[in-house]
Design a protein around this ligand. Sequence first.
Ligand code: ARG
Length: 419
Amino acid sequence: MNAAPTAAEPGHRAHASARTQPTCPIAHDAAPTVTTATPDILGEAHEFLEMFSAETNSPMSTRWAQVRAEIAAAGTWAQTPQELTFGARVAWRQSIRCVGRLRWPSLVVRDRRHTTTTAGVVQELAAHLRFATNRGRIRSTITVFAPDTPAGPTAKIHNDQLVRYAGYQQSDGHILGDPRQVPFTDRVRELGWKPPRTPSRFDILPWLVQTATEPPTLHEVPAAEVLEVPLRHPHHPWFQDLNLRWHAVPVISNMRLRIGGVDYSAAPFSGFYVAAEIATRNLADADRYNQLPVIGHLLGLVPDSDPYWRDKALLVLNEAVSASFAAHEITISDHHRESRNHAIFAAREEAAGRPAYGDWSWINGLGPMTPQDPSWSRYYAAGEPNPNFWLDSEAAAASCGERPTSLLNPRYGPAVETR
Ligand code: ARG
């Protein structure tokens, strides 16, 4: 996006939906669908090693000679644990839609490149949840599974996040649960998943995992590893009767990590939540849990005579999420604080001589961000270099419930949108 954004810039929903599969009814908020241009592994490897060498004060020449020879012989190269850790952290640093990047150097990289079987992946997904959750003191974490080979991905997680709530389309047209997950819920039910005897609004969907040598299979998420928070409001006792809840850790599991020309199709990563993600979007959006009308009603607000009824209901919902996480000693942030942190991040990047990349409408789309927030009142460098995380068209389609095709071919599916 090159045009200077204004206050009228669309929020990230409008932004994302314009860039995802036109056939998909679901507005993704993970990222727009992007497929890389012609892979240039040699060029990307060289560029990455120069970056690694400059930022970590390590010698370039011997390493480059090795890597070049390896690529010539095998078509790919193996990164050292140090290169992998650095690359994954820089992928976060260059994630232009993320407002929380100040913490990029703290990312814990779980190197699980030896894990290539479904059983191994499933075990490590549970371990990721346990480690990242840390009983509430959430640690920003990525688990990196075996890299793709020149033939394609070695492992793939079809869920868009490791913890998601099922959406059930009812015969009367209503949806129980998360409407966004209806297609994926239908898909796992076709594959044999049985919802609980009494389905609820917050049933955790199973994992759908596939490897290069094993077909897609379903795996229940171990309940003990999923920390959830019942929501209450500090001053409105009626709030708890809404019986709302959310899970503590968002783990994005369908994006491909790319470092130095090497792809890791299975590399789930997680940080902690900003309250607005849950309150202003997941629970409030009319096509998600749509809680504003009921909260507005319980607050005694009158939409016809009060143009601010939504703002007031949103505020109560944000307060409830923040206070409930805090009461359970689970890490949570708010968008004003993240805006300040992002401003510090951008200043540090520029002080280090790097462009402060960012997508204004996403950085400030977690609203209600206000013009008083420091991330609002500046522009960001255009561009989205590697290392980075990419949402492939196939991954976006699979999280919409479409059938995964062979993992081996075609590689990453067609480009839906590039820039
Ligand atoms: N917005 C997404 C959700 O509500 C999570 C995206 C990642 N967020 C994060 N704080 N790391 O589930």
